[in-house]
Write a protein that binds this ligand. Structure first.
Ligand SMILES: Nc1nc2c(ncn2[C@@H]2O[C@H](COP(=O)(O)OP(=O)(O)OP(=O)(O)O)[C@@H](O)[C@H]2O)c(=O)[nH]1
Ligand SMILES: [Mg+2]
Length: 321
């Protein structure tokens, strides 16, 4: 049986509701990948990449742990003993003025990190440097690419295939969670085989509960310009009918897609108060992470209430910016 070149699922023509379905077994792509690649139609699949980590852990092969600005908090959930290169991708979405080395130094981890680098697959930024780093650190010809779903693992491998490989196959990519469904080996050259893995699901991410229309606003496509709001007297801040914040005092800096509208009010009584409430007090230089949506950097913040969908988790993390 052969595998779909787009998502890695075993091709089958028996059950349309199972992964890997195709009408014609001689085709290289399953129906789902064909539709994502050609019509931008996405079908949800329930695959969590966590189970592959145990297998990878049994090898001593080099691992690329891919993260982006909104997924840094997920690194601590990865447990492997392999040597790891931390690949911080989507540089094109970061505010231009950010110091990459400072950002990387703030990302600390229990993993066996042998290198850290910031790249952008979209702009081909520092991809050659990553290639050289991999060639320096790899233990065998096999290098695994892991990380949370939608961090850009498959896009990165496609860039490697395009830049250094034979350019004839393309892994399916999409802004939706769980696009890759099984391991996919891509031979880049005689000395390097990259293995794509299904992303690890970030439990409590807004991406899993957002509608297609909401997703378009939430997933950033352009450089994120932080929005600063200074509160001197109690105010309500509403983020695009998704999130309500009541705050008494302090400075809040919003790092999220600028397609999301952030509005402030002095006397907003009821809007979104039916959502789940979290309370924080006395925040200084900590980030309030709204999983999948972004984070809010804080300075001297007093009495902060945030209301979100009950399936979305809020975390308090050390500031990374
Ligand atoms: N702006 C920008 N977007 C990127 C970059 N790399 C990937 N993306 C986008 O991020 C989204 C997810 O990319 P994928 O490559 O499918 O992510 P993945 O990690 O393979 O996701 P799963 O297979 O679900 O685990 C897509 O919409 C990509 O276009 C980048 O360097 N810059
Ligand atoms: Mg993928």
């Amino acid at each position: 049986m052969s595998k779909c070149l787009g998502c890695g699922a075993l091709l089958q023509d028996k059950n349309e509701n199972e992964i890997g379905y195709t009408l014609d077994l001689s085709k290289k792509l399953c129906k789902r990948c064909f539709e994502i690649q050609n019509y931008n139609i996405y079908k949800k699949a329930d695959i969590d990449g966590k189970k592959y980590l145990r297998e990878i852990d049994k090898t001593n092969d080099l691992v690329l742990l891919v993260t982006d600005l909104f997924n840094v908090h997920t690194i601590k959930e990865i447990n492997i003993s392999n040597p790891v290169i931390l690949v911080f991708t989507k540089r094109d979405l970061l505010p231009r003025g950010i110091y990459e080395n400072k950002l990387l130094s703030k990302i600390t981890s229990h993993l066996n990190i042998v290198g850290k680098i910031v790249v952008s697959s979209l702009n081909n930024y520092q991809i050659d440097d990553l290639y050289n780093l991999i060639m320096n650190k790899k233990k065998s010809n096999y290098v695994y690419v892991i990380g949370s779903t939608s961090t850009g693992k498959s896009t990165l491998i496609n860039k490697f295939i395009y830049n250094y490989g034979s350019r004839d196959n393309k892994i399916t990519t999409s802004p939706n969670p769980s696009t890759t469904l099984d391991l996919i080996e891509s031979k880049i050259n005689d000395n390097l085989i990259l293995i794509d893995t299904p992303g690890v699901l970030d439990e409590g991410s807004i991406l899993s509960v957002a509608s297609k229309e909401e997703l378009k606003k939430i997933v950033p496509k352009k450089e994120i310009r932080p929005v600063v709001i200074q509160v001197k007297n109690k105010q309500t801040i509403i983020i695009d009918n998704l999130i309500r914040i009541d705050v008494k005092k302090g400075i809040l800096v919003f790092y999220m897609a600028n397609t999301l509208k952030i509005n402030r009010y002095y006397n907003e009584k009821e809007t979104l108060k039916n959502l789940k409430k979290y309370h924080f007090n006395n925040l200084n230089n900590e980030d309030i992470v709204i999983k999948g949506l972004g984070f809010i950097k804080t300075k001297n913040v007093v009495d902060f209430d945030i209301y979100v969908n009950e399936n979305v988790k809020i975390l308090l993390e050390q500031s990374i910016i």
